[in-house]
Write a protein that binds this ligand. Sequence first.
Ligand code: BGC
Length: 733
Amino acid sequence: MKIRFPSAGMAILTAVATVISIARAEDRPLYLDSTKPREARVEDLLGRLTLEEKVGLLHGDSKFTTPSIPRLGVPTRWLDDGPHGVREDIGPHDWNSAGRTDDYATCFPALSVLASTWNTNLAYAYGEALGEESRARHKDIILSPIADIARTPLCGRIYEFFGEDPFLNTRFSVSSVRGIQDQDVAACIKHFAGNNQEMGRAIVNMDMDDRTLREIYLPPFEAAIKEADVWTVMGAYTKFRGEHCAYSDYLINKILKGEWGFQGLVMSDWGGTYDTREAVLGGLDLEMGTLITGTEKGRPYNEYYLADPFLDGLRKGEYPMSLLDDKVRRNLRVMFATHVFDTRKPGALNTPAHQATAQRIAEEGIVLLKNEGNALPLDISKIKSVAVIGENAVRTNASGFFGAGVKAMHEITTLQGIVNRAGDKMNITYSAGYMKTKAGGINSNLVERAVIAARQADVAIIVAGLNHSPYLDDENRDRKNLRLPYGQDELIRQVTQANPRTIIVLISGPVIEMDPWLNQVPAVLQAGYPGMEGGTAIARVLFGDVNPSGKLTCTYPKQLMDSPAHALDTYPGTNGTLFYKEGLLVGYRWFDTKNIEPLFPFGFGLSYTTFEYSNLKLVTGEDTNAPLVTAEFDIANTGSRAGAEVAELYVHQANPSLPRPEKELKGFKKVSLKVGEKKTVSIPLNRDAFAFYDPSKNGWVTEPDNFKILIGSSSRDIRLQGDFKLAQAITYK
Ligand code: BGC
């Protein structure tokens, strides 16, 4: 690792300048003057801090705070988890609830549901609402969004991810960061970079080639920095080529701070720091959390690696002061960027508008996977009775998000949503059908009662899925397989036999194996973890008030072994190292290139109406500032209901000099259409849409070649295609 040390002379000059600046300070110090440029304020405050105060800013002093400096008015910084809403207050020194009564917050749908909307306006709305709630809860840094790629469907946190595609991740990361940070709160994009499985996350060493890193795992982080100016980044627990991600010289110093010019701070994941020297030199700026495993659980905060051990090293001259100042500057910059010393936006908590946003995300994020014979929507005027079955129909999930649990004022379950919507029009019964147990087996009594209820009803709705129990969408543990637990497959089979009009609603993260029953049921909705208004959203989809428009963000394989990490036997790693053998071929890139039929493809989702695509034109850019080409085409609503369609644009290169996946998503647009309405959609493509990373050039290249522009309703349902000839060879960073 190469680190440049400044000369002793420089250090003395800096010290002299500091003394002078304090001596000349007027009543109102410059750093408190909001009219002054941010960097000037940073330098002014930096110059006033003692060595001890500086080091104090680099580590936590409770689970989610950093120390204040009262003599200078530097406040305690509050961090909090936030992917699904501002987490309830815990600690201060353990993971138990703080027992407050004012820490309720809106519980948004999981990020996997947000991405399934394919509507980036909703990502901004989510970010904005989350930012407002963070401000109202006096948080300075909210630990969202998560930009990790869904590499294996077993990943315990896949429900917190935006999915398997880097382009989709990029657009959702950028929009949500913008929404959050527009509210004077720093977003924290995590977990940089990798962290694609929970199994062994604290120790596993990732080994992937540079092209895979650049094309698949880094793009959302890079875009969040370059396009949305994200202020904080959390390093992953995992190692990258032998170095911990949070202080990997390659990832942090060279790429993040060097190449991308990141000016904000890098924090560790909670307890993800293991060595002072490595952390100091590897680019870590803020150490958070106590170790979650091992013997050092509960270390005093002054013993953190970036606390006394760093201070001692500085005093002994083991580290240059410039290295300390760089870390402090980054911390201060985030404080000034979020107006910690100025008048800040006040924020708002639990507003009807935020709850409406949560509901809208759920409504647009629910994916209709199957709808044979128009089983859905249910006609409220014709149905006299519904049997709602399944423990997930009455289970709430807000508090179950482990590292991201939210104390929601209320949470509308699916049963409640159905009763609210149709309770006065029909007879609604509930039976559990299955029950969460440790053993996980079938409960024949419950099945029997559910079968009787289903037989007596016009329609049965089984609300099945997972529930954040160990190994079932659970942090720190992956799933063991893709099947439904607690005998739900058998429950579905028997209920469907009793009543063929059985609708399946899945409450779970993406990817459930459905082979045992998919052919027997007419309709399936993947509802994800739809947040506090989820039951209302599900009922509105079931009864047709909302026309589903969500699309999958992960490929559903027919069986686990079809997906790349498992087909190549690279999971969970060999002797502590995880070889990303599939390289670029993650998700649909693998299924398409290897011609493997998925159960449901990436980008798939049905509607209650039909859409017709026509009239593709590829309009080439006329000047250098214009996109290289813009795909223009029409979409018409040819069915009998208003609805929204996501048009997906994929690019295929004919003869690349390095192998490329069969096709790659490079654009998408969601359009709402009334019955009979037709709209022209245009998706501009710049050089990024055609480029790939060439390790021999350490940069991105476009090659003069023929490209196919494929416009689809899913990755496997291409409706229009056109040819584009790219003339320029471009190489860029
Ligand atoms: C998770 C992070 C989270 C942190 C603090 C860790 O276990 O990986 O995503 O922000 O805990 O709760």
